[in-house]
Ligand binder design. Sequence first.
Ligand SMILES: Cc1cc2nc3c(=O)[nH]c(=O)nc-3n(C[C@H](O)[C@H](O)[C@H](O)COP(=O)(O)O)c2cc1C
Length: 281
Amino acid sequence: MNTMNISEPQMNEFYRGHIDAHEEVLPGMFGHAECLSPDETPQSGDYDRVFSFHFDPEARKERHRTVFAEDCRRAHILGSRLAGKLRIEGNIMKKVTIFIGSPRKHGSTRILATEAERGLRDQGINTETVSLNDLKIRGCQACYYCKKNDVTACAVQDDMQEIHALMQESDGFILATPIYFAGVTSQTKAWLDRLFPYIGMDLSPKLPGTKKISFIFTQNQPDAQLFEVPIATFMKMVGLTGLSGKDHLVAYDLDAGYKTPVIERKEFMEKAYQIGCSLLE
Ligand SMILES: Cc1cc2nc3c(=O)[nH]c(=O)nc-3n(C[C@H](O)[C@H](O)[C@H](O)COP(=O)(O)O)c2cc1C
């Protein structure tokens, strides 16, 4: 990571050669290396107290809010990718990302996902929970950037970039979503559509089958089988990415605040816990 106070044109004039040389030489030395070279990075928590002939504090404040925030996001992605490489090589703890497709922070879906998380942690697995509702994830723009360039990167610059980093670095996933109108929630569907880079033009999967995924579905309907077909289709579509489906739970007859709380539905709580325990077996 090269941080510098000079501007991008100055960086290109003075340091571009050094940076390119690093990028060329370091992968040969370490197997994996990436460089990030943010420019104009001097920071302050309070620009009103900073006096400088060299910059305009207002412009700097705005840059802190926008460009620096983006630099931080890119640094996070770079770190996540490195962590993913180390994990694949068996050097650090396994990690599972739990995606929550419910907007409710304390709803049935979240409670069951937390049980699965407890199961994972009891196996010594590191977890990270992502509430899809808190992120800005656009639908796929069908630009075919990933297909034309045959890459797993996505051209759409939004919060899905962080999820792509998690898809690379995690060993497994739990996807927990309520059923809305006989399908998954729109937050969950946006996540699925944006997994498009992991599916080749010939439907070949791009994620390694060693990465496992289990699913938790919650629904109001008392008939557990009613949405069997859309649920099976959803899981099959996720599987096109290469993720290997391990298990799933359909927790039925639930409506937080109106029906028996899920915490009292022991069969669902136990199954969710088991889903966590067994995911990476
Ligand atoms: C917009 C909307 C649509 C829903 N559609 C269905 C449905 O088609 N079938 C069903 O069984 N439940 C449906 N439900 C109920 C939820 O799936 C159910 O209450 C679920 O457990 C909610 O999870 P949560 O507590 O995590 O929010 C719907 C709920 C909402 C808000």
